[in-house]
Write a new protein. Structure first.
Length: 74
């Protein structure tokens, strides 16, 4: 669970597999640890909230060189 500065829970993606892609055509799985400890580390609270909300709602979100999304069902 991720909380904001007021200890309000933000959108959760912890129960989902996350993928990343440089070009939106080839997706590779990325660990939750990498997402939270590397990708989101150092971002503003507002950017993290936006990332979690967009990804949780089924869209891809671009951060740096990659797009991130919840893994699509097979």
């Amino acid at each position: 669970m991720v909380e904001d500065q007021f200890h309000i829970e933000m959108e959760s993606i912890e129960d989902f597999s996350i993928e990343k892609s440089a070009d939106n055509s080839f997706w590779e799985e990325v660990s939750q640890e990498e997402v939270f400890n590397k990708v989101l580390a150092g971002l503003s609270e507002g950017k993290i909230k936006t990332f979690l909300g967009v990804v949780r709602n089924g869209s891809a979100f671009k951060l740096g060189d990659y797009f991130y999304r919840i893994k699509a069902s097979a």
